[in-house]
Design a binder for this molecule. Structure first.
Ligand code: FES
Ligand SMILES: [Fe+2]
Length: 348
């Protein structure tokens, strides 16, 4: 039986500092979707690990990303999202184009050494898989396709065409738990039978039927529908089974059986004992509202059950009672994989 990571890693600020530097600084992170940039002259803000970013579509139509920190004295210049020609910093009104160039800085002509052309916003890498926009603020990012591994192919093979999807809503929450506890909870369905009765009613979560696989940084769970689940959730439709993907370090992707649907989003560390999550939900263009309402209610229920679990684990692992826990070698193999990748990145 494998040990878990040391429990001290779930509250130690020094560990989080190293995770930010060695893991999140150079990882591709889901930031938002093309529906947030419907036309030239639009932008939205987000964060990559702790790095604030702004994603833009300038007049030339091109997708760009910049660190959302003013080159003058560091104010995060853009907030929210919307449509505008320029981004003006609220502090001293330096004004940038959506292409990142510094357009105007009040009183800059009083300073002969002022080099406007050298003070544009700092760019970051951006890429898309279907409507999903990913950002990488690291120095020399690998191609996004390499990072995504076989996930796009697995999703396509299931019968889901991501290019057809229509954005529906964003769910957001803060959780009183270290980011790794939230990810680890996502990575096993060993708890589903006891903790998610409604989910276990529609998906076959038994070890014989529920398939786990690992490939590079991608961990996948494929759950078939129970016969009894078909009527309960009206799960007849294009998608024959569920797919839950986890792309290390922190991306979760959920597809339920039935009509075309997906939710995607990261687990973002805020402090050693607090995380922020969001999930963007998308549905196929012809999915009826009643089906969407059922799925959202179902997912909300599962989400509330998971919050109680991860916040409980946080209290347990930080209580000082134990040094570490134990992992089942088959049912919790994806957690083992997650912990290996994480520990390897932090070791010297
Ligand atoms: S910090 Fe942005 S204009 Fe001064
Ligand atoms: Fe769960």
């Amino acid at each position: 039986m494998e040990h878990t990571l040391p429990y001290s890693w779930y509250s130690d600020p020094e560990i989080l500092r190293r995770e930010q530097q060695r893991i999140f600084r150079s990882a591709w992170q889901y930031a938002g979707h093309l529906g947030q940039l419907p036309e030239p002259g639009t932008f939205f803000t987000g964060r990559v690990g702790r790095m604030p970013v702004v994603v833009t579509r300038a007049r030339d139509g091109e997708l760009r990303t910049f660190l959302n920190v003013c080159r003058h004295r560091g104010f995060p210049l853009a907030a929210g999202g919307g449509k505008r020609e320029t981004l003006q910093c609220p502090y001293h009104a330096w004004t940038y184009g959506l292409d990142g160039s510094l357009r105007a800085a009040p009183r800059s002509d009083e300073d002969p050494a002022f080099r406007k052309d050298e003070l544009g916003l700092v760019p970051a890498a951006v890429g898309a898989w279907g409507p999903f926009i990913f950002v990488n603020a690291g120095p020399d990012p690998e191609p996004l396709d390499d990072a995504l591994g076989s996930m796009p192919a697995q999703v396509a093979e299931l019968g889901l065409d991501v290019d057809e999807l229509v954005p529906y809503t964003r769910w957001e929450a803060e959780v009183e738990a270290n980011w790794k506890i939230v990810c680890e909870n996502f990575l096993e369905c060993y708890h589903c039978q006891t903790a998610h009765p409604a989910l276990a009613d529609v998906l076959d979560v038994s070890p014989e039927a529920y398939a786990l696989s690992v490939e590079g940084r991608l961990s996948s769970q494929h759950g078939p529908i129970r016969e009894s689940g078909r009527e309960k959730m009206r799960l007849d439709g294009e998608l024959p089974r569920s797919q839950f993907h986890f792309l290390w370090p922190n991306l979760t992707v959920n597809i339920f059986p039935g009509r075309p649907n997906i939710s995607i989003g990261p687990v973002v560390p805020l402090t050693p004992e607090r995380s922020y999550r969001f999930l963007d939900y998308f549905f196929g263009p012809d999915v009826d509202q009643a089906w969407i309402d059922d799925l959202m209610a179902f997912d909300d229920q599962v989400g509330r059950e998971d919050r109680v679990l991860v916040e409980g684990v946080q209290r347990g692992v930080t209580s000082g009672a134990l040094e570490h826990g134990h992992l089942l070698s088959w049912s919790e193999q994806l957690i083992g994989h997650f912990q290996q990748l994480t520990a390897a990145s932090l070791s010297d």
